[in-house]
Design a protein around this ligand. Structure first.
Ligand code: UD1
Ligand code: UDP
Length: 359
């Protein structure tokens, strides 16, 4: 039996196509949910919309500090993996759930496949970087979303375990976009700037949060922001929620499911974000990206100027970002960058797992 370990919103999105591909190939599978994300619109909605079966258990490890959450997830995972004895564990991305899964499975000598292996920011102050490094080095097969990730792994001596599949999030994006076209869903046509905002680096400091709000106001055009619960809590805690609600061009909404998210991305002429996933998806949807972290993610997109970095605390950087935003227009499919495969990453993963006798 193959065990998927997930717990965060982006992991559900990555899990859906691989679960389906393994199911079509006839494999028995189960899902453990760490409970890191627990609100209905951060978790259940993705299982429903993407047709993922219910997890066999939820470890309810959400909330608390990094160590508290990781420790709780590890304790629960050890118990579950000892009971279920899977032949392979599949981990996704770079969250505390991924880290917990890597440490526990490797100590139980269960082979690990890591989906979205190899991205590096080369900054260990970034919590996700620590999770990625540990997980990649403990895994037995490393599925890379792009050639930059493959080169990073080769540089760390992990080339033999690495295999380039393209990005599995592209599989999900294409499937949902295609479903919407088939259903002929009427789309709103008004162009927007879409915003997502949740990373620790942008939410743990009052001054930084205030500067992000100033940046939004400076952009002038309509900004729609499905607000991560962490960000809402931090805005409230720093006394900034009213200020955010009073910005005339900012519409804050609750987090949305993936179908609604794809609709918003497809409507956007620009995406303002600090999300690793969303900054890459911007290239699928044809919206250029203002990235609010001083981290070099998705270097191909940075190099070609699709992603433009902005430091909300620096006046010059904000001016340059405003100019970038002003020029940004929705880009037609034929002109979009193509660094992330062909939308068949999940099938390639199944083939490679078989070839290496891991399933
Ligand atoms: C986590 C990941 C991050 C990923 C993100 C995806 C780590 C270190 N971080 O960040 O890499 O980009 O998930 O969204 O693993 N909360 C709720 N309801 C929820 C989920 C969270 O209220 O359903 C609140 C809680 O107050 C929680 C806080 O958000 O303490 C932060 O959640 P957490 O999972 O620690 O971090 P994310 O910012 O979601
Ligand atoms: N997403 C979503 N609804 C939202 C915000 C994001 O479905 O309200 C999707 C987004 O399109 C992407 C994934 O969630 O596929 C990214 O998750 P997030 O930004 O939370 O995490 P990160 O990619 O930074 O780890």
């Amino acid at each position: 039996m193959i065990m998927h370990i997930v717990g965060n919103r982006p992991q559900f999105i990555k899990l859906a196509p691989l679960y389906r591909a393994l199911e079509l190939a006839g494999y028995q599978q189960n899902i453990i949910h760490s409970g890191q994300h627990y609100d209905e619109n951060m978790s259940d909605i993705f299982f429903e919309e993407l047709g993922i079966p219910s997890p066999c258990v939820n470890l309810e490890a959400g909330g608390g500090s990094h160590a508290q959450m990781t420790a709780k997830a590890m304790t629960g995972l050890e118990e579950q993996l000892l009971k279920s004895k899977p032949e392979l564990v599949i981990l996704y991305g770079d969250t505390n759930t991924t880290l917990a899964g890597a440490v526990v499975a490797s100590k139980l000598c269960i082979p690990i496949a890591h989906v979205e292996a190899g991205p590096r920011t080369r900054d260990k102050r970034n919590p996700e970087e620590c999770n990625r490094i540990v997980t990649d080095h403990l895994s037995d097969i490393l599925f890379c979303p792009d050639s930059e990730s493959l080169a990073n792994l080769q540089g760390e001596g992990l080339g033999e375990k690495a295999y380039m599949t393209g990005d599995i999030m592209y599989d999900t994006y294409l499937s949902i976009s295609g479903r919407m076209e088939k259903d002929d869903m009427p789309e709103e046509t008004e162009e927007i700037i879409l915003m997502t905002w949740h990373r620790q680096e942008n939410t743990s400091d009052k001054k930084r949060m205030a500067c992000v709000l100033d940046l939004v106001e400076r952009l002038e055009s309509k900004v729609v922001c499905p607000l991560h619960p962490r960000t809402r809590k931090c805005l409230a805690q720093f006394g900034l929620l009213e200020r955010a609600q009073s910005i005339p061009n900012l519409e804050m909404i609750d987090p949305v499911g993936y179908v609604e998210m794809v609709k918003l991305m497809n409507r956007a002429r620009l995406i303002l974000t600090d999300s690793g996933g969303v900054s890459k998806e911007s290239s699928f949807a044809g919206a250029k990206c203002l990235f609010m972290l001083n981290l070099e993610v998705w270097k191909d997109l940075l190099r070609e100027g699709w992603i433009h970095q902005v430091n909300p605390e620096n006046a010059e950087s904000v001016e340059a970002a405003a100019a970038f935003a002003k020029k940004a227009v929705h880009v037609a499919p034929a002109q979009r960058p193509r660094y992330y495969g062909d939308g068949h990453a999940a099938e390639k993963m199944v083939q490679e797992l078989r070839r290496r006798n891991l399933i």
